[in-house]
Write a protein that binds this ligand. Structure first.
Ligand SMILES: Cc1cc2nc3c(=O)[nH]c(=O)nc-3n(C[C@H](O)[C@H](O)[C@H](O)COP(=O)(O)OP(=O)(O)OC[C@H]3O[C@@H](n4cnc5c(N)ncnc54)[C@H](O)[C@@H]3O)c2cc1C
Length: 549
């Protein structure tokens, strides 16, 4: 048959107008298992909204039309504002209206953290950037509550379900967003090296006003209404709440945006460098106790990093599966080519394991306030999960990109954006090594954190021979005292794999659990994706993740 050059064939249709939740079996099962069954309908409706072509387009637009910094108006007055494409505002409106920033704080039902995680995982697949201010606004709540007067003033608007982008003092707004500014030029992980100074404008102390002078090297989402920041006082590093506008409607003049970062990814979101030149802020928590005050916020953002990366993996794997289901090569659909099936199944396993661990962590957050064992488990497992899931996302997205062939390398496909976004979650909120050191710190401070994590792992003993011998290997590694800091990545990796294995052995179909244990725990697997043994049940693994068929 003679084809005309303009005729398009053997190109897949776009993956759109489908329910992101309904076609994601690991997410559906995880939501139910971890306590979120009561919200299934709501999450499913949201999955349908996120899968619509118009919604997916918002993510594309917000990342193509980048934020623009306006430091001054045309008369030379400082304004320090950032202009965004309307799609960015729409994405934030959707997130706030669906309580992605607030659900567990407004709904005391067990499983609210899990439901919030599932909702966020669906929106995150449309655009990773909007997750930044939504996460920070969610995570600020436990820190804010440490200072009741400030909490009373701010919480009603933090928890509101309305996104209000107007540049107004917080008291005049229907809803507010929070950011955080910790990192300085000379060091981010080592916040004790911060040089920003805070001086009281009157008597000083918790809840009182201070003037801040210094800088922050990263301050994302700078159009937020307020920021938690760290600055030194005579008693050491302290935490402050810095509003962007003052109650009298004037700008908090000492808060100046210097420039926006030209970033690899996360492009819909603005990340700025700021200077504080006498910026007014109020002390949150005790003087000199800045790190313990803000660590509550950071702990919650780390959960979001873990499930955000699981969501990125899911979107990428869904795109790869969809492409392979529609593209023919050498007489067969790619999905039917044995070697491609191996690659795709392996990617599905990674995505499923990341989803399972993320939702399990979210349940830990649900149960921690009234269950000491869960608190201890969550303390350790969040560091381990954040470390591992964010790291794996980078490898997964790279492989999915290749599964689309040349199409995956072209900007019109979603893959380049996912590829650029993928490394970020492993850098901010504590980079990989910092997570591993945090894991060691947690165990040193409270051996019960490790005990509870091992209890969680051991519950799956007897379900798979590779899993069982992996636990022995892990236990041996844990009892070896020498060079613990040097071996911290190794330990975190073993713990993360054991946690993922335990979840799959107990809850996934045996074909999935066995393939995971063989590929990740047996010590006899390849380093690249696509090295599962030939007797793997590829059908069973792939069918759980295949979208829109
Ligand atoms: C897009 C983007 C947005 C951001 N937004 C914000 C924001 O809104 N607010 C904010 O406060 N920050 C923000 N950050 C900053 C981010 O949190 C820091 O980059 C991160 O914490 C790492 O700090 P650093 O860049 O100073 O690197 P460093 O602290 O210098 O670390 C460099 C490397 O050394 C490793 N390392 C550090 N200490 C040790 C150690 N003791 N042992 C072994 N290895 C170690 C780290 O793991 C890392 O790999 C953002 C960063 C990015 C990329």
């Amino acid at each position: 048959m003679l084809r005309q050059p303009e005729e398009v064939f053997n190109q897949p249709p776009p993956l759109e107008d489908y329910n992101l939740f309904a076609h994601d079996t690991p997410l559906r099962e995880g939501l139910r298992r971890e306590g979120g069954a009561w919200a299934e309908e709501k999450v499913s409706e949201f999955g349908a909204l996120m899968g619509r072509a118009e919604t997916l387009r918002l993510g594309e637009l917000a990342n193509r039309h980048l934020p623009i910094l306006r430091t001054h108006n045309r008369f030379g007055h400082r304004i320090d504002e950032v202009e965004f494409h309307p799609a960015w505002h729409e994405l934030l409106s959707i997130g706030v209206a669906h309580e992605h920033h607030s659900l567990p704080w407004t709904n005391s039902r067990a499983g609210a953290h899990v439901v919030r995680a599932a909702l966020n995982m669906l929106r995150h697949q449309v655009d990773e950037g909007a997750s930044c201010p939504l996460t920070m606004t969610f995570a600020v709540v436990p820190s804010l509550r440490l200072q009741p007067a400030l909490a009373t003033e701010w919480l009603p608007r933090v928890l509101a379900r309305e996104y209000d982008p107007r540049v107004l003092p917080a008291a005049e707004k229907r809803g507010v967003l929070f950011g955080m500014a910790l990192t300085e030029r000379q060091g981010g992980s080592d916040v004790q090296a911060n040089t920003t100074r805070a001086v009281p404008t009157a008597k000083g102390g918790a809840g009182e006003e201070y003037e801040l002078n210094g800088h922050k090297w990263f301050c994302s989402a700078p159009m937020c209404d307020a920021f938690l920041t760290l600055a030194q006082t005579d008693k050491g590093l302290s935490c402050f709440l810095l509003p962007r506008l003052l109650p009298d409607s004037t700008r908090n003049n000492g808060f100046q945006l210097q420039r926006l970062k030209d970033k690899l990814g996360n492009r819909s979101n603005a990340s700025s460098e700021v200077e504080f030149r006498g910026a007014l802020a109020r002390m949150l928590g005790e003087e000199g106790r800045g790190v313990p005050t803000i660590i509550e916020m950071v702990r919650h953002t780390r959960l979001d990093c873990a499930f955000g990366s699981a969501a990125t993996m899911r979107r990428a794997v869904a795109e790869a599966l969809h492409h392979a289901a529609h593209r023919y090569a050498f007489g067969k659909r790619l999905l039917e080519q044995p070697l491609m099936r191996n690659v795709l199944a392996d990617l599905c396993l990674e995505s499923e394991a990341a989803t399972a661990l993320s939702l399990r962590l979210a349940r830990g957050f649900d149960e921690s306030p009234h269950d000491e064992g869960q608190r201890r488990f969550t303390r350790l497992a969040t560091a381990v999960g954040k470390y591992w899931i964010t790291k794996r996302a980078v490898a997964v997205v790279a492989e999915t990109l290749e599964a689309l062939g040349g199409n995956g390398y072209v900007e019109e496909s979603p893959l380049p954006r996912l590829y650029r976004d993928a490394p970020l979650n492993s850098i901010w909120e504590g980079s990989g090594n910092v997570q591993c050191l945090d894991m060691l710190r947690a165990v040193k401070k409270d051996a019960g954190t490790l005990e509870m994590t091992l209890r969680e792992i051991r519950a799956a003993r007897g379900g798979n021979k590779y899993f069982d011998s992996f636990i022995t290997k892990l236990e041996r590694e844990l009892t070896e005292p020498d060079g613990i800091e040097t071996r911290a990545r190794r330990i975190a990796e073993l713990l993360a794999l054991a946690l993922q294995g335990a979840l799959l052995v107990q809850h996934a179909p045996p074909e999935v659990a066995d393939a995971f244990c063989t590929a990740r725990l047996s010590g006899n697997a390849g380093l690249a994706f696509g090295t599962l043994p030939a007797d793997t049940n590829f059908d069973r693994i792939i069918e759980r993740s295949l979208p829109n068929m």
